[in-house]
Design a protein. Structure first.
Length: 207
């Protein structure tokens, strides 16, 4: 696949290494060009500013949630494009969500970019787990996938599997209202409760 990755932080860096190791073609863009170029050099990806979406099969937004819409709009024409949202709408100290109950970050992205096909994935996986690879505690880490476009979900699930993770079908984008709080719980366990980042949520019995 041809992947466009927006962001070169911890999550973006971990994903970039997985993507290129899996043999995908990767183009990186970042609001900090030096960081983006350095990541591209170390992973064998291409760095580009501006229209990275044009030739991409998937556009992954790996910025903070607050920057996601503006970053995506600067990536080019997203009409018909599959946008993989890995963000979580966290408050400044990571102790809560800024949207919830009757809305979600992924739904807000879909509203802001109505021509795109938003699929939520990877938001419950720590960057440290991504960097270490899909195996954790003798098990393969699951990635929950939600979105309103069935074809887009299938493409993202194929992508998830290509990186070695278990792709878990989790329904329409509305179910991001459950996945984003789950990510918040994972963050609490990892940092607030001091369990460390070598953890990931999973459902027993799901293959």
């Amino acid at each position: 696949m041809k992947i466009a990755l927006i962001g070169a932080g911890n999550m973006g860096s971990a994903l970039a290494r997985l993507i290129t190791s899996a043999g995908h073609s990767l183009t990186i863009t970042s609001r900090t060009p030096d960081k983006g170029r350095a990541l591209a050099r170390t992973t064998g990806a291409t760095y580009k500013e501006g229209d990275v979406a044009r030739d991409a099969d998937l556009v992954i937004v790996a910025t903070g949630y607050a920057d996601a819409v503006s970053a995506l709009r600067s990536a080019g024409d997203l009409d018909g494009k599959i946008v993989v949202d890995i963000t979580n709408p966290l408050n400044a100290d990571y102790t809560g969500l800024t949207v919830g109950f009757d809305n979600s970050g992924a739904e807000e992205l879909q509203k802001a970019l109505p021509g795109s096909r938003v699929v939520k994935a990877f938001n419950t996986v720590f960057a440290q787990v991504l960097a270490a690879g899909p195996q954790l505690g003798g098990e393969t880490v699951p990635v929950f996938v939600v979105g309103d476009d069935p074809e887009a979900r299938e493409v993202v699930k194929e992508f998830v599997r290509s990186l070695g993770f278990v792709a878990v079908e989790a329904g329409g984008v509305k179910n991001s209202r459950y996945l984003e709080p789950l990510a918040g719980l994972n963050i609490y366990l990892g940092y607030g409760a001091g369990r460390g980042t070598a953890i990931a949520p999973a459902w027993i019995g799901i293959q």
